[in-house]
Design a binder for this molecule. Structure first.
Ligand SMILES: Cc1cn([C@H]2C[C@H](O)[C@@H](COP(=O)(O)OP(=O)(O)O[C@H]3O[C@H](CO)[C@@H](O)[C@H](O)[C@H]3O)O2)c(=O)[nH]c1=O
Ligand SMILES: C[C@@H](CO)CCNc1ncnc2nc[nH]c12
Length: 452
């Protein structure tokens, strides 16, 4: 068949920063392989189209009210988005398909969307469009979190306090207290289990799963995937180190003054602190972190998003003169550049999967302060399996923070951790190079998309 136009791929990211970044990175990779790219996105957390002039952006309404966009309840937001976006997506696809094959159009080959969208499989089916699911989690989490409803039915909760530190055989290396946090409180149980059940049922009929992890990091769970899924799985991560031109997908403007500030610091002397794009903390937790950092007497670069300290606008509760030349606080950082900077010696992180991958790829050892969801699993891998970081065990107390930062940045223990993360960095980086596992899976994915 003669193809005058490039094959077009349609991507529909879940509107969370942690899901937009890997999806747009995938778009850049596919574009570099010759595909045309159309991004369908919601008004809520709309990506900046001007950052990606070579892609077509189409916005659909999402029906979220002002207060719903401000909500801290991610599960509620995702539920509303899933309820509201089905018809808008259908209408958008109808128009796109009508225009396909024309001059501007190009044949549409498939839809790639996020595992968190649960209505898209049936929409894609109705257009006879193959659907690929993007998994922005570590694959261990993806596979196991779908078992949460079953674990709940089998009576995992409650358990006696004395068992809190025990490991969970079916969700290794999680501890019982971690899994309890993931399973949520009584009010969250039903909506969460409904949602997870839908994710499982609407992922199974997909044409394949694109995983933002690699064999080096996820070997065990990948080899078990056939027990749950019959379609091919493409672990092509980490997405940001493929050989494509860099451009940001940040929803906020990164504060570029971080880099000249880092330039003035000694090599590996700065602890970078960020809890990602969703986590919020109480004012007293904020002050404990602040005092802990300050007491180390080391330099720190800290991302505090406006609104992320509950009940406050920003950092007005810090005592005046607090930084004393040692610290810098920004609203949003150019994180990849910060982690790659020679002055950055450690990362106090919530262990979102993107941040965890980015830290590994730059050989930056971590201090783990997970709050919710997959962060709890990523943190266990960091501290217990790969041993490339120190786990705070949720203790947001100044002395604990001071102690952990000092262990990582100053003591010999930190040196050993750094050596291990550098070994892992090299292995992971090899996976995207020619002949590496992620590179081969990507070739397979490209062939598959081309074949439709
Ligand atoms: C705060 C901040 C973040 N970033 C970038 C770094 C990462 O690529 C991205 C944040 O992604 P993550 O580190 O995965 O964290 P987060 O936004 O919380 O992501 C959500 O989605 C992730 C992927 O599903 C999950 O693993 C997390 O648990 C979930 O909370 O934003 C910046 O570039 N600058 C910043 O200042
Ligand atoms: C019960 C909630 C936990 O906050 C699950 C909803 N799902 C999610 N929660 C948090 N970050 C996410 N990134 C992608 N999906 C996410």
């Amino acid at each position: 068949m003669e193809k005058r136009n490039k094959t077009r791929v349609i991507l529909f990211p879940l509107p969370l920063q942690g899901c937009i970044n890997p999806m747009l990175q995938l778009a850049k990779i596919l574009f570099s392989r010759g595909f045309s790219i159309t991004i369908i996105h919601t008004l809520f957390n709309a990506p900046k189209s001007s950052d990606h002039p070579l892609f077509t952006f189409l916005q659909i309404p999402d029906g979220l009210s002002e207060s719903q966009t401000q909500s801290r309840d991610v599960l509620l937001q995702l539920t509303l988005l899933n309820n509201n976006c089905e018809n808008p997506l259908r209408e958008c696809l109808t128009k796109l398909i009508k225009g396909s094959g024309t001059e501007e159009g190009g044949e549409i080959s498939c839809l790639i969307d996020d595992s968190g969208w649960v209505f898209t499989q049936s929409v894609a089916d109705s257009f006879n469009l193959p659907r690929f699911v993007l998994c922005a989690y570590k694959f261990t989490f993806f596979l196991r979190h779908l078992l949460v409803p079953q674990l709940r039915r089998e009576g995992f909760l409650p358990f006696p306090d004395s068992e809190a530190e025990d490991s969970v055989p079916t969700f290794q290396p999680l501890r019982k207290k971690d899994l309890a946090r993931i399973m949520g409180n009584k009010d969250q149980a039903e909506p969460l289990d409904d949602y997870l059940f839908k994710i499982l049922e609407t992922t199974k009929p997909a044409s394949g799963l694109i995983v933002m992890s690699c064999e080096e990091l996820d070997r065990d769970s990948l080899s078990e995937s056939h027990k749950v899924f019959t379609f091919p799985i493409y672990p092509i991560g980490p997405p940001h180190i493929h050989d494509v031109p860099a451009s940001s997908s940040s929803l906020f403007e990164p504060d570029q003054s971080c880099i000249p500030w880092l330039n003035t610091r000694e090599t590996r002397s700065v602890i970078y602190v960020s809890l990602g794009s969703i986590v919020t903390i109480t004012e007293s937790q904020f002050l404990e972190i602040a005092c802990g950092l300050r007491q180390t007497n080391l330099s720190f670069l800290w991302v505090v998003r406006p609104g992320s300290v509950q009940g406050r606008d920003w950092i007005e509760s810090l005592p005046s003169g607090f930084m004393d030349g040692k610290g810098k606080i920004v609203k949003w950082a150019p994180q990849l550049d910060v982690l790659a900077h020679r002055a950055t010696g450690g990362f106090l992180t919530h262990n979102g999967w993107n941040s965890t991958l980015e830290s590994i790829c730059e050989g930056v050892p971590m201090i783990s302060l997970p709050f919710v969801w997959d962060q709890l699993l990523n943190a266990r891998f960091v501290s217990d399996v790969w041993r490339i970081g120190i786990h705070l065990e949720g203790r947001i107390e100044r002395r604990e923070i001071e102690r952990a930062v000092t262990r990582l940045m100053v003591e010999p223990e930190g040196e050993e951790i750094r050596e291990r993360v550098n070994v892992l960095r090299d292995e992971v980086r090899r996976s995207v190079q020619r002949g590496g596992s992620s590179s081969r899976y990507l070739d397979e994915l490209v062939d598959r998309i081309t074949s439709f």
